[in-house]
Structures are given as structure tokens and as C-alpha cells.
Design a protein around this ligand. Structure first.
Ligand SMILES: [Mn+2]
Length: 333
């Protein structure tokens, strides 16, 4: 079964909207390969049409993406002033939080109605999502670069094809998920790419830093198994790397992993992952069936996909985990 596609909103892509405008191509905070490559693809496409644009990240770019940007000589600005931009394109996110330091200025500009916001994204739209004036959004796509390929793939040169491959391989966890259409698109991009598969694969390899690997080991050591009739759930606690840890915990055999941790400011995070085969067989969507009811029960903010989601709020870890387990029990026990 394909990923849910209940918020497909692919309007026709029209270059006219970009002509004569000052354009900012903005990735999410802590930009990853998918966000950055998507922005780089659009920047190249606009350049082909002799339209200038500025590629930017709010304040951080992840290490892997930074080394990619350097090797490809793609310049970008960090924490740019939004002053003077008529069009802001957002890549790979729809959450105000992910604007980082730019959130305040962005919100102000949108309120004043002095900027056009265009979203390119494959995350499910929530009520609190940024409401872009134009959305190229498909929650059924596996990466934002795949959406760019669907929109302007015919115009892709070898570099753009290479960048698209990187986003696709990165966001599928190196092909843990996919669809016939997805692999066709990947294959087309790889054929046209300036790089071979080994290079694409190596670039998308995430080499975990020591801190992250220690977090994996600690979380594994602290994990609890909750065996329900129709699901094996694993829970654990760790202060950092909740998302990465919960992905890792699935490798040990859980159907669903829940990883909780508290930040300095007392804000509790919960990251969860659901194994792909499991969620499709059981018709289970982490957002809809766990995080939405969880948010209803204990408040806080939630966001994510059917197989990966995140919640945060001011509720203690024990309570968060017990509420989450209660919801899962009602469905799987
Ligand atoms: Mn993505």
C-alpha cells in the first residue's frame, strides 16, 4: 500500500511567479540533505532561466549536508535577514518551529502580507502548519527532491539529478521504504546523474558521531519491552538523539519504538517510529493513531509522518510514556 496521499496539493509549477522577484530558498533548521538538495535543485533551475535566488538555512546545517555543500561549491547564507525578499520558498518542512531564529521575522512578514510563501514539502499538513500561499505538497512522496522531480524533472541536468538522488536515498533511510513510482524516479535521476551509485550511497551514509552512538547504547541498555497481543513495543529514555535512537531501536525487532527525554528547560520530547511492514499490515499511522490522540490527552505539540513522529510538551516522561502505551494498548492488545 502506498503512503497516505491525503494531502496531495500539487499545483502546476509556473516560472512566471519567480520572474523579476527577489527569491529566498529556505531550508528547515538543521538542514539535511533532502531540504538542501531540493533548494539547490530549484536554485539551479532558476539559474537556467536567468533568475537569481539566495539559498539559506535558519542557523544550522547538519555536518553531512555541510560537507556536501562544500564539495559541490554551493554557497548559502545562514540566518539571513528576510528584508527585501518578495518570494520565500520553504523546503521540506511546514512547522513554524523549524524556522528557528527566523520565525519571528517570518511571521511578521507574512502577517503584513508582504511576501509570497511557496512550500515544497512531503510532510503531512497539520492545523498549525505554515499556511503557504502556494503549496507543492505531497505527503505520499518519499522526499522533497522527489516532488521537485515530479514538477520540473524534465528540465533536470546531471547535477540536479544527482542532488535529487541524494534526497531520495537519505529520506528513505537508504531505501527502507519506496514505491514503484519512487524507484522509477530514482532510476531516471541516477541515469542522468553526474555521480555513480557508489558516490550517492557513500554521501548519504550517516556516520554517527560518538555522542550519538553512546546514546544508542545507553538507550538500548535502558529499554523496556511492552509485549502487546498484536505489537511489540519498546520504550526507552535518553536526553538527546530521540529520533535517531528510536529508529535504531526498531533494528532490534520492535514494531513500534517510543523514546522519551527531557531538555534543560523541562520540555519533554517523545520520538516514535513504526516499522514499515508493521504499519502497512496493521494499517497504522503513528500521527493519526498515536500522536493526535496523545496530544488530545496531554496537550503539547506533535508532528511527523505515518512511520516517524515527534511530540513535545511540559509533561513528565513517565506520564507521556504511560499515556502513549495506553493508546497503543487500546489498539493492539
Ligand atoms: Mn525530507
Amino acid at each position: 500500500m502506498p503512503k497516505s496521499n491525503w494531502c496531495i496539493d500539487l499545483k502546476p509549477f509556473d516560472i512566471v511567479e519567480f520572474r523579476g522577484k527577489n527569491i529566498l530558498l529556505l531550508c528547515h533548521e538543521n538542514a539535511d540533505l533532502d531540504a538542501f538538495c531540493s533548494a539547490a535543485i530549484l536554485a539551479r533551475f532558476l539559474k537556467q532561466k536567468k533568475i537569481k535566488s539566495v539559498l539559506a538555512v535558519p542557523s544550522h546545517i547538519n555536518e553531512q549536508t555541510l560537507s556536501f555543500a562544500i564539495s559541490e561549491k554551493i554557497s548559502f547564507s545562514v540566518n539571513p535577514s528576510l528584508e527585501g525578499f518578495d518570494v520565500i520558498c520553504l523546503f521540506d518542512f511546514n512547522d513554524y518551529e523549524q524556522l528557528g531564529k527566523l520565525r519571528k521575522e517570518f511571521t511578521k512578514k507574512v502577517k503584513k502580507n508582504c511576501v509570497k510563501v511557496i512550500a515544497f514539502d512531503h510532510h503531512e499538513i497539520e492545523k498549525r502548519s505554515i499556511d503557504a500561499s502556494k503549496k507543492f505538497v505531497n505527503a505520499g512522496a518519499f522526499s522533497t527532491t522527489e516532488i521537485l522531480f515530479d514538477l520540473i524533472g524534465k528540465k533536470f541536468d546531471s547535477k540536479m539529478s544527482f542532488y535529487a538522488c541524494l534526497g531520495m536515498i537519505e529520506d528513505t533511510g537508504r531505501f527502507l521504504v519506496g514505491s514503484k513510482k519512487f524507484f522509477e524516479s530514482f532510476s531516471k535521476c541516477l541515469s542522468k546523474s553526474s555521480a555513480n551509485y557508489t558516490k550517492v550511497f557513500e554521501l548519504a551514509k550517516h556516520k554517527a558521531p560518538d555522542g550519538e552512538r553512546i546514546a544508542f547504547l545507553k538507550a538500548a541498555n535502558r529499554s523496556n519491552i511492552v509485549k502487546l497481543k498484536k505489537a511489540i513495543v519498546v520504550t526507552s529514555t535518553i536526553s538527546f538523539y530521540h529520533g535517531a535512537v528510536s529508529t535504531k531501536l526498531l533494528d532490534f525487532g520492535a514494531d513500534i519504538s517510543l523514546v522519551c527525554g527531557t531538555e534543560k528547560k523541562g520540555l519533554t520530547h517523545l520520538a516514535a517510529r513504526a516499522e514499515t511492514g508493521f504499519k502497512e499490515n496493521k494499517n497504522f499511522n503513528l500521527m493519526r493513531h498515536l500522536f493526535v490522540p496523545l496530544q488530545k490527552a496531554i496537550g503539547g505539540d506533535a508532528g511527523g509522518h505515518s512511520g516517524a513522529a515527534h511530540w513535545k510538551g511540559n509533561v513528565n516522561e513517565k506520564k507521556v510514556l504511560s499515556e502513549a502505551i495506553k493508546i497503543l494498548k487500546a489498539r493492539f492488545d
